[in-house]
Design a protein around this ligand. Structure first.
Ligand SMILES: [Zn+2]
Length: 164
């Protein structure tokens, strides 16, 4: 597999703000490690957990979907992640409950049962029970984020004033 050339990260104000948020969440809820991700690829047989499309590691088409979406407090932990193709992850699933989405993706019952069992078997490998972050914790992180953003906004305004 060839390595992609390193791209320079564009640190625009809006990118930086979303990075601040991600970074604060990363502290308590880290993304899967490369070893965990490798296990995920093996478990799901390099295929989308929902529609069965064959995926290639490192390609844009391959996503690590959140079973419980981030918008609902779903954790980044590997217990809450499955392999998914871009159309399933971006277009179809959105905030749908994963079982409802999977049901819609499968044409026959047997297919649904097999794929559902594979997802449940994946989750059963981990001791972590809760797929969601406690709402009170999310609230505390959001408060911290607001404080950091306010300080950052003030620094941005100060620096912009130098341009005049
Ligand atoms: Zn798919």
């Amino acid at each position: 597999m060839s390595k992609k050339p390193k791209q320079k990260l564009k640190a625009s104000v809006s990118t930086t703000k979303s990075m601040i948020r991600r970074s604060l969440f990363e502290i308590i809820d880290p993304q899967p490690t490369p070893a965990q991700e490798a296990r995920l690829w093996v478990h799901f047989g390099s295929a989308c957990a929902y529609c069965g499309l064959t995926l290639v590691q490192g390609e844009k088409q391959a996503h690590l979907d959140h079973l419980v979406p981030s918008s609902a407090g779903g954790r980044n932990h590997v217990v809450n992640r499955v392999l998914a193709c871009a159309p399933c992850n971006e277009g179809g699933k959105r905030d749908l409950d994963w079982e409802t989405f999977l049901r819609a993706k499968c044409t026959v019952d047997a297919e649904f049962e097999t794929r559902r069992a594979r997802i449940l078997a994946w989750q059963a490998q981990f001791e972590v029970g809760d797929l969601q972050l406690p709402p009170a914790l999310i609230e505390e992180i959001e408060k911290a984020r607001v404080r950091v953003i306010a300080a950052y906004d003030s620094a941005v305004a100060q620096v912009r004033a130098f341009k005049r």
